[in-house]
Design a protein around this ligand. Structure first.
Ligand code: SF4
Length: 448
């Protein structure tokens, strides 16, 4: 049977080979950056141990963060789920009569559906990360957590800018397109009444927020408008600035191969004369925390490395997953997200382990996916098949009969059996040559 991801991939990614090459280039850069950093593997060990400690002490670290952020002048809010995040942000904006908002990249707000919620209430929200702006103008979700428009070619982006951003006709040069977008965005920043950001790390010991971008858009969005709302998952905590330094050295190296993200800002309290609100969001995270087999996935720092190496993601593209966060980490987080169809996604993995091999926090991603598979309740057809197999395996004569039947039907498999449910699987695979007899028969013959 074909997986839903397989069918969606065909629809959304016309040139999978090109996408594969584009994405894999970042895996290559990650490898080169790791090789150039002598401490890279030690940093990964340190990061894995630190995140495990953070998850063990999350309750006290969150309280410490709330105290210290409050002492620095921020207002801390707690959201149990996506709906609460949306309500809190809408209320903060509504009480101040805000109608125009700039937002820097935040996978959490994607996860919680913040943009459409605000737009439906007449609040204009403009994504300011270039990739995010491209997908926003195209009316589609991001397809990658750090490269939101990686599925789009320069020609498509040029046409989009021409249509939606008064861009120059026929422009395909990435540098000139970027300059055009920057000029277009400047007045948007200047006219914004509030800035919404995600958070890369929240530092418990100081109540600070670390926000990393390559474009400086979060810095403009948090320093021009007087109101800053930062939305973060509760798992983004680190203990102190020493821990933060380790993660900052890993984040960009793992994602894009840079030594450090171009703009790495620490925000402690509001800007002079401004307001800072921090929304700490659970949305299924404590449920993951309570699952021993899955809590490690909360250590994710959203670097994107597991997407860049995953053979399924690279060929299918992010939109095929139907999740805010696609790829191996998206699948590992999805079963508690409530997204329709998410429970079947752990099956859409080759379990090759490439994701685990590159993760800077050493999350055992393929083991996580395997554990979700094991926990999934099989559908009625699979249950029936498993019961039949169990019966055959428990009765040797029935097992031998089933074997004979399977060997008789062997030639019919593949494309010669109209309506064969395994046919799509066999399009790209060949069945092995039939041995002509069962193992038991072959063994008996050779023992004579
Ligand atoms: S799971 Fe690991 S590799 Fe994947 S995005 Fe998170 S930190 Fe990066």
């Amino acid at each position: 049977m074909r997986h839903a991801l397989d069918r969606r991939a065909e629809r959304v990614l016309p040139d999978a080979t090109l996408h594969d090459a584009r994405v894999h280039a970042y895996r290559d850069r990650r490898d080169a950056a790791g090789a150039a950093e002598p401490d890279f593997e030690d940093l990964r060990d340190h990061a894995a141990a630190t995140k495990a400690w953070v998850l063990d002490h999350l309750d006290t670290l969150l309280e410490q963060f709330e105290r210290n952020a409050g002492a620095a002048g921020a207002v801390v809010h707690w959201a149990a789920d996506a709906a609460e995040l949306r309500e809190i942000v809408t209320a903060i904006l509504g009480e101040r009569g805000v109608r125009r908002v700039v937002k820097s990249k935040s996978m959490l707000t994607e996860e919680c559906g913040l943009n459409p919620h605000l737009e439906a209430r007449g609040i204009e929200i403009v994504d300011t990360d270039l990739g995010e702006r491209i997908v926003q103008l195209a009316g589609e979700p991001p397809s990658h957590i750090i490269l939101p428009a990686i599925h789009r070619s320069a020609r498509e982006i040029g046409e989009l800018f021409e249509r939606r951003m008064s861009g120059p006709p026929g422009e395909t040069d990435p540098t000139r397109l970027t300059r055009h977008a920057r000029a277009h965005m400047r007045p948007v920043f200047l006219g914004a009444e509030a800035g919404i950001t995600g958070v890369n790390f929240a530092v418990a010991s100081s109540g600070s927020l670390a926000i990393c971008t390559n474009e400086g858009n979060a810095d403009l969005g948090t320093s021009l408008p007087a109101l800053h709302i930062a939305c973060t998952g509760i798992e983004k905590l680190v203990g102190d600035l020493d821990d933060l330094a380790v993660f900052l050295r890993l984040l960009a190296r793992s994602g894009t191969g840079q030594a450090i993200t171009t703009y790495t800002s620490l925000i402690t309290g509001p800007r002079p004369g401004g307001e800072l609100h921090v929304v700490l969001v659970d949305n299924g995270r404590t449920e993951l925390l309570a699952r021993d087999a899955h809590r490690a996935s909360l250590g994710c720092i959203r670097c994107g490395a597991c997407l860049n190496t995953c053979p399924v993601y690279r060929r299918a593209g992010g939109h095929a997953y139907g999740l805010a966060v696609p790829g191996p980490i998206g699948i590992a987080l999805a079963p508690v997200s409530g997204t329709p169809g998410a429970a079947s996604l752990p099956a859409a993995s080759s379990l090759c382990g490439s994701c685990s091999a590159v993760c800077p926090v050493r999350i055992d991603l393929h083991d996580q996916l395997y554990a979700w598979r094991a926990a999934a309740r099989p559908g009625p057809l699979r249950r029936l098949a498993l019961r039949a197999a169990a019966t055959a395996l428990a009765h040797p004569r029935l097992y031998r009969l089933a074997g004979r039947l399977a060997r008789a039907l062997w030639p019919l498999l593949g494309r010669r059996w109209p309506g064969n449910p395994a046919a799509p699987w066999l399009v790209a695979r060949e069945l092995p040559e039939h041995p002509g007899a069962s193992f038991r028969e072959l063994h008996a013959r050779r023992s004579r």
